[in-house]
Ligand binder design. Sequence first.
Ligand code: APR
Length: 263
Amino acid sequence: MMPHYINATPDPSRIMALAALMRPECRLTILTGAGMSADSGIGTFRDTEDGYWSQFDPRDLATKSAFLAHPERVWSWYQWRREQIRNATPNRGHLNIVALGERLQSLTLVTQNVDGLHQMAGSDEVIELHGNIMRSKCHLSHQFIREQKWHPDVAYLPGPPPPSGHHPDGLARPDVVWFGESLSPNQIEQAIQASCHCDLFLSIGTSSVVEPAATLALLAKSHGACVAEINPQETPLSARCDLIIRAGASDTFDALMSTLDAD
Ligand code: APR
């Protein structure tokens, strides 16, 4: 189910204000969440999905204990999500972030998304706080699994998780950070550094409720950065933002790039 927008059209005066912050010397840090991929047809984490999986709360599936108790159910849910992503393409928001990076002194992209759409759009060196759903690893040894049989043309089918091949009892699991697991110290450190050393911090399409990502914007603010939010809905971060654009990511980036091009 697609999210409900409060305002679909970005306010022109706020787009002008955002464009004014995008000077070539600007060091920009962007944090994206599930709303970034909504325009690619991928449901946000807290949306209610239609169909079979609507009976489950994602927060009850994305845990190690759920995988151990119901490996086939959890693996099949991830296969279903992978199948959604296999059929998705980056949207104008993803593509315009790449174009924006070419205009600025530095752009660091941090994402909570596991779909890899930023990389597909052409962003490299993306800091993936929550991993990448298209990769798998052994649930016991955490070694990555080479999945040559998984090709973009091959559907992701439900079923039990295959053996990992790295440990006699090891099963394949997605390389994502489950609830209760720690983030990669390397990724979080890079995200903290990028937040402490930016002029503008842009929070896009995240409900800003999951730590430590939610804290990154406040860290940037405490180090003197301007904090802006692009989200059709209010979030706990909104009250702390210097600039808020209540619209979808794609529409906002279209308007922003047109304004920058007109300068
Ligand atoms: N453009 C921008 N924002 C949008 C759009 C859009 N087109 N559509 C929806 N949104 C906003 C919603 O208003 C909401 O605030 O995206 C946000 C999505 O919130 P969540 O589903 O909570 O996603 P996210 O913040 O990324 O969740 C963080 O929590 O459950 C974990 O690991 C999971 O990475 C996820 C993390």
